[in-house]
Design a protein around this ligand. Structure first.
Ligand SMILES: Cc1cc2nc3c(=O)[nH]c(=O)nc-3n(C[C@H](O)[C@H](O)[C@H](O)COP(=O)(O)OP(=O)(O)OC[C@H]3O[C@@H](n4cnc5c(N)ncnc54)[C@H](O)[C@@H]3O)c2cc1C
Length: 409
């Protein structure tokens, strides 16, 4: 009988944890090595689009998403003074009543539900990976705590400051978008209108944008406020922010924006970065995933969504593979994922330009709006497991057994 492939994942963020879940759901032995000594996630919200929710439902997380998340019905875009500009495109086929295909969630709650779905023995905290070496047909990992581990496949899911990138021979630097984000959570009872908030709302103007949406089943309102900055990336990665400075950036904006800033107890600021698409992601037995492979600016809310797609693609492509087939499957993974994530990276930058384009000509704004609208369709209406199965068949490989599960959509 064929031996199960062992997959070691460095990084227990959203990307690493969902990859482990997807790999285990297809019968592979996946283990996560996370540098933090124990679970920690920041208090902030995240939106999960239809392309990600579809996959999470397939590994049995639908009820957990329902009980933790807030159903999301789309995005409404307003000017800084509150005049409606656009709404996100509606799906061509409306959902059956009661069905939800997109959620907004509290990051810590979401990461907790991913961890709880994995067996305890799959998670190793306090393991900062410092080295990954390919040796004959295995990969050997070395951790800062002195321990070592071996696996058939290594996946670097260690975020935008990835060490794994270096281990596969790449050296790149994040590029600043010239803006930073203030983030914060507000108890919904402090905002008179928050009980009716069931979608993302974004105000745009003068080089700034301000988005809010409910998380924790509507108990909290998450805000993200993008403002221009020339701060250097190393110092501005994630640090406490100053509410007074934030308020000064949005002086005179629409009343709900001012109410939200006024209701904050604290805020964090994040630098906004991406990287140019990498020339390659995979070597024979090592590959990258999530922000380690394709960090993107967050204006389409797709960083985590694309990381989730990566993990499910990898699982579909590695299922049923022999140890000898691993190099070809990792190449196929790179082929499937690099083009799509590069397009999503580009369109996320474009979306940022659109949000900040209030001062530009109306023709230019219309052009940005058209790109934004069509990107909404090809990004959200995508099934990565189906795409992986099609690629395997193009490459002459048998379809993975898990396609039974895929076709039950
Ligand atoms: C302001 C803002 C808003 C955003 N909003 C959204 C949104 O609404 N929707 C969305 O989809 N995305 C959003 N994103 C993007 C999203 O947060 C990221 O794309 C996503 O978290 C990437 O997940 P990851 O697992 O690849 O990386 P990370 O979440 O960075 O996880 C990496 C993990 O690896 C660990 N690690 C690092 N180095 C090592 C090592 N050497 N060894 C072991 N472990 C290591 C880290 O401790 C961490 O736990 C947003 C980002 C920002 C900045």
């Amino acid at each position: 009988m064929k031996r199960k492939l062992e997959v070691a994942i460095a990084g227990g963020g959203i990307g690493g944890l969902t990859a482990a879940l997807a790999l285990r759901a297809r019968g592979l032995d996946a283990f996560v090595f996370e540098q933090a000594p124990a679970f920690r996630e920041i208090g902030a919200g995240i939106s999960l689009g239809a392309n990600a929710v579809l996959l999470l439902k397939r590994v049995g997380l639908e009820n957990r998403l329902k009980s933790n998340g807030s159903a999301n019905t789309g995005l409404t875009l307003l000017t800084w003074q509150g005049v409606p500009v656009a709404t996100s495109p509606r799906p061509a086929n409306p959902l059956p009543p009661g069905e939800v295909n997109s959620y907004t969630v509290h990051r810590a709650e979401f990461v907790t539900l991913l961890m709880e779905a994995l067996p305890k023995e799959a998670l190793h905290f306090g393991h900062r990976c410092v080295k990954a070496e390919e040796r004959s047909d295995r990969v050997r990992l070395t951790f800062a705590n002195g321990s070592v581990a071996e696996a058939d496949v290594f996946v670097g899911a260690d975020g935008i400051h990835s060490v794994s990138q270096r281990e596969i021979g790449l050296r790149t630097r994040p590029t600043s978008e010239g803006c930073m984000a203030y983030r914060g959570l507000i108890p919904a009872e402090r905002l008179p209108w928050a009980k009716d908030l069931n979608s993302l709302k974004m105000w745009v103007g003068s080089g700034r944008s301000f988005i809010c949406y409910p998380v924790s089943r509507g108990r909290l309102v998450n805000i993200v406020a993008f403002v221009p900055t020339d701060l250097d990336c190393a110092e501005s990665w994630s640090a406490p922010g100053d509410i007074e400075k934030l308020a000064a950036e949005y002086a005179g904006w629409d009343t709900p924006v001012l109410q939200m800033i006024g209701a904050l107890d604290e805020t964090l600021r994040w630098g906004i970065y991406d990287r140019a698409p990498l020339p390659y992601w995979s070597t024979a037995r090592m590959t990258l995933l999530g922000d380690a492979a394709h960090p993107m600016v967050p204006h389409f809310g797709q960083g985590a969504g694309q990381a989730i797609e990566d993990g499910f693609a990898l699982a579909a492509l590695l299922e049923d593979a022999d140890i000898e087939q691993v190099p070809a499957r990792l190449k196929a993974y790179q082929q499937l994922r690099r083009d799509r994530t590069s397009r999503v990276q580009a369109v996320s930058r474009e979306a940022g330009r659109f949000y900040r384009s209030e001062h530009r000509s109306s023709a230019e704004r219309e052009k940005h709006l058209a790109t934004w609208t069509s990107a909404g369709r090809w990004i959200f209406d995508y099934d990565v497991e189906k795409a992986a199965t099609e690629l395997l068949s193009e490459l002459g490989a048998p379809a993975p057994s898990g396609t039974q599960r895929v076709s039950r959509r």
